[in-house]
Design a protein around this ligand. Structure first.
Ligand SMILES: [Zn+2]
Length: 363
């Protein structure tokens, strides 16, 4: 996804930090705007074909039926216990169609939908297995398959994070970036969800727009189920980023790779609960006041949605969604900057960040 900022004149040194911050803000807004502009359609989300996995030939009908019933009951219990339906209703009300950007929400709703269908049909003879064709697809097999694929917590994978071209960033050694990542974050937090961090030391001008960065996370073009980690890209600016700017941007970006959408360490139930927790904090009157998040205004977002936002409710939903997304990155950044201070000053936000970081890194 390309991100643009208006071409500007070189600014005096003292303006540099402010300028970088402004680039940063615009870049994020553009990332969000572009991804929201391509809302996943139900067709594309549901394009996944439900392919029946051949069961072992020794697995008899009764065993297959019991296995699927067990999954059904576990799934039903989980949804009930974690109040997934209630949370989804709240999120749909808060974000409306913009929840579609968190397109995993569409899959989650679809999964809960088939669960509900099975709840109504669980007494039917052929709800779990088709007695005439044992391995044919049934509602029970679909529910079981989806439960196993998406509703169990994934394991941390310790794949390497590749640094691309960061050696060309003057004064910042790749080993410093590695040291920063290894000492600031729990083991597996970064490597499970980030494939690469790339520095692109170029400036591209298109018309009166400057292409600043690309950020590839999970989007509607990802395979289903998504198995790719995020690629964080940091573009240079005309005034040249300092080493501190580079790390500062990274400190925010890494948490987008670890949110309810992009994390590779959360089950579907956890994704819903995490977004729910963060959404509540992002609108609380005693929320963490990030100048960046508070500075995001609907007027700025709206310019990318001409003709698409035609009422006040939709404007409010879009702004809330963008605020929640950026709020997570900012509170997680503040948490890792100074845990004790953050706990002292913003206990409720501290608790939310700690809860989700711990969940993502517990196994
Ligand atoms: Zn951001």
């Amino acid at each position: 996804m390309e991100n643009f900022i208006p071409e500007t004149e070189t600014l005096p040194k003292q303006e540099h930090k402010k300028k970088v911050w402004s680039y940063f803000l615009k870049r994020h807004l553009m990332i969000i705007a572009l991804s929201l502009a391509t809302v996943a359609t139900p067709e594309s989300v549901n394009a996944q074909s439900e392919i029946e996995k051949p069961a072992a030939s020794s697995l008899k009908q009764g065993a297959l039926e019991n296995e699927r019933k067990k999954d059904f009951h576990l799934f039903e219990e989980l949804v009930k216990q974690e109040k997934i339906k209630e949370k989804l209703a709240f999120l749909n009300n808060s974000f409306g169609e913009f929840l579609g950007n968190f397109f995993i929400a569409s899959r989650i709703s679809a999964d809960v939908g088939v669960l509900e269908q099975l709840e109504k049909r669980q007494k039917d003879n052929d709800a779990f297995v088709n007695k005439d064709a044992l391995y044919a697809m049934t509602l029970g097999s679909i529910v079981s398959q989806r439960f196993n694929e998406r509703w169990k917590q994934p394991k941390i994978s310790l794949q390497p994070v590749s640094l691309k071209n960061t050696e060309s960033f003057s004064g910042l050694f790749p080993k410093e970036i590695e040291f920063f990542l290894n000492t600031n974050y729990p083991k597996g937090y970064i490597s499970s969800s980030v494939a690469s961090i790339e520095f692109i030391d170029i400036e591209i001008i298109k018309g009166n727009l400057q292409i600043l960065g690309k950020n590839e996370g999970l989007d509607i073009y990802s395979p289903i189920p998504a198995d790719s980690r995020s690629n964080i890209r940091i573009y240079n600016t005309r005034e040249k980023l300092t080493k501190e700017d580079f790390i500062d941007i990274l400190k925010h970006e890494v948490h987008h790779a670890n949110d309810w959408q992009n994390s590779k360490l959360l089950s579907s139930a956890e994704r819903v609960s995490m977004l729910y927790d963060v959404a509540l904090r992002s609108i609380a009157s005693d929320r963490f006041m990030s100048p960046y998040v508070e500075g995001i205004k609907i007027e700025e977002l709206e310019t990318h949605f001409k003709g698409k936002i035609d009422n006040e409710t939709a404007k409010d939903q879009l702004l809330k969604f963008v605020h929640a997304t950026e709020y997570w990155a900012e509170i997680a950044k503040a948490y890792f900057n100074n845990k004790q201070q953050f706990k002292k000053d913003h206990l409720k936000d501290y608790d939310v960040v700690k809860k989700w970081i711990d969940k993502m890194t517990k196994n």
